[in-house]
Design a protein around this ligand. Structure first.
Ligand SMILES: [Zn+2]
Length: 91
């Protein structure tokens, strides 16, 4: 981390709102370098919105616009979201 960015865990509240689940552990495969890393490992840059960048190559991974009553999200790369059965038992 630096003064310019957080890691993705710093915006966990926002990622969880988008996915409705624990998003920081969701794996993303980068469209540029092919690395697969949890969203929580990505670098989060805060400004007019939030931009997550690949921790390996810095390519833009997720852009999130935060408005009063909604979010606008642009995903890049591939996400692997683990499904949890309704009874909570392992699949
Ligand atoms: Zn990358």
């Amino acid at each position: 981390m630096s003064d310019l960015h957080l890691d993705g865990n710093g915006v966990a509240w926002l990622l969880d709102q988008i996915t409705g689940a624990e998003a920081t552990t969701t794996l993303r495969t980068c469209q540029a370098c092919g690395d697969r890393r949890p969203l929580g490992d990505h670098r989060a840059y805060m400004g007019a919105g939030v931009v997550l960048r690949c921790p390996s190559c810095e390519t833009v991974a997720v852009c999130i616009g935060v408005q009063d009553d909604h979010l606008t999200v642009r995903w890049h790369g591939t996400l692997r979201v683990e499904l949890v059965p309704a009874d909570g038992a392992p699949a």
